[in-house]
Unconditional design. Structure first.
Length: 385
């Protein structure tokens, strides 16, 4: 099976290639997901002309014209993207350097020159943004949208108000054989669509999975909680504070400094490879608020034996993990509850030990790369021509 994975979102496609690559001929093409610079086989991260300014990018984005120059420069690369059995897109506008028109031209070419197209629903698109703006979630990353915060939400709002994005969305949804959600946050808005498959958990690389098994067998939870100095790691994406609640984490942890002894480290906007080495000696791992489910960063934190503060809303009902504090801390926008949970973990030795061990067990049970790769191959194979 010849597979083309188009676009990137937090390493989903680069990880997927690493676990499916021994069962299929897989090629990745993307812009690396911006500054994170995820590995890809074919690079589409051409630079903006020197005379571009940030406001010009936003204007072109909402006019649907962003990236037309890049698309023209990439034309020789794009012409070679044919003859694949499977093409999978990361959301309905998979190349973030392109606007609605350039993405439409790309996807139309892929549809005409390859067998089957699938959608990986793991990022912003019209369906998720509109569902969030309608207040259908108990809380979501769109909740802090206001006139004051408008600039930080322009990327998401383009899917609703940008020229051509609704047409692009309909075109993609009509063209794909199936919609594959990777998180509960994206599974919920698509539940009314008959093309939606069962949720397939996010793929992690074999080395991350093997690391989780190793740490579990070595009883790393005993070592982590016995450390004299607790280290709190906070991965802060500058510019996304309103969506992820980094400022809330920061305010809460600073309010605890006089009461509890710990080291607090903030890492911002580094490449993914640098990010992976920045939290190795930490015990607590701050990911994000406003999410129901764990994203890729939270999963990597769990696999490395960290106590992760992220979206565990969807996991509190699992029979084997009946407590909300069992595999990680469900971090919600409620700052008082967040402070209470952080203080509870910092003060309770046995709770830290239990969460670390159960988090590793969760990764081992639910994110086996062999199971996840087989799930993708089954979806790709069983859907018709």
């Amino acid at each position: 099976m010849k597979v083309l994975l188009v676009g990137e979102y937090s390493g989903v496609h680069s990880n997927l290639k690493s676990i499916v690559g021994n069962k299929a001929d897989v090629t990745t093409i993307s812009d690396g997901d911006g500054y994170k610079s995820y590995k890809r086989d074919i690079n589409l991260s051409s630079e903006y002309p020197w005379y571009y300014r940030s406001y010009m990018v936003h204007v072109l984005e909402f006019l649907g014209l962003k990236g037309l120059r890049s698309f023209y420069l990439d034309r020789d690369i794009i012409r070679e993207l044919k003859g694949h059995d499977v093409v999978q897109l990361i959301n309905t506008a998979p190349i973030s350097r392109y606007g609605s028109l350039a993405n439409f031209l790309l996807i139309r070419y892929l549809k005409e020159n390859n067998k089957k197209i699938f959608l990986s629903a793991v990022g912003d698109d019209f369906t998720w943004v509109s569902y969030s703006l309608n207040g259908s979630f108990k809380y979501s990353a769109m909740d802090r949208l206001s006139f004051r915060t408008l600039k930080s939400y322009l990327y998401s709002l383009k899917y609703i108000y940008g020229f051509g994005y609704r047409i692009l969305d309909r075109y993609v949804l009509n063209s794909v054989k199936a919609i594959i959600p990777g998180l509960v946050d994206y599974d919920i808005p698509y539940r009314g669509n008959t093309k939606k498959t069962t949720l397939i958990p996010l793929p992690i690389k074999w080395e991350s999975y093997d690391k989780a098994i190793q740490l579990y067998n070595e009883h790393v939870s005993d070592v982590m909680v016995e450390k004299e100095n607790l280290i709190i790691f906070h991965g802060w994406q500058k510019g996304k504070e309103n969506r992820k609640g980094n400022d809330v984490f920061d305010d809460v942890i600073n309010s605890l400094k006089d009461d509890i002894d710990f080291d607090y480290r903030v890492v911002s906007n580094v490449s993914y490879d640098d990010y992976l080495t920045s939290f190795t000696d930490s015990t607590l791992f701050f990911d994000q608020l406003f999410s129901y489910d764990m994203g890729m960063n939270a999963l990597i934190g769990l696999a490395n034996g960290k106590i992760v503060f992220s979206g565990f809303e969807a996991h509190s009902c699992l029979d084997e993990y009946p407590s909300i504090h069992t595999i990680g801390i469900n971090a919600t926008p409620d700052s008082k509850q967040l402070r209470k949970n952080i203080e509870l973990v910092l003060r309770d030795f046995n709770l830290r030990k239990s969460i670390i061990r159960n988090g590793l067990e969760y990764i081992i049970k639910h994110h086996n790369p062999a199971v996840i790769s087989d799930a993708y191959l089954e979806v790709w194979s069983k859907n018709g021509q």
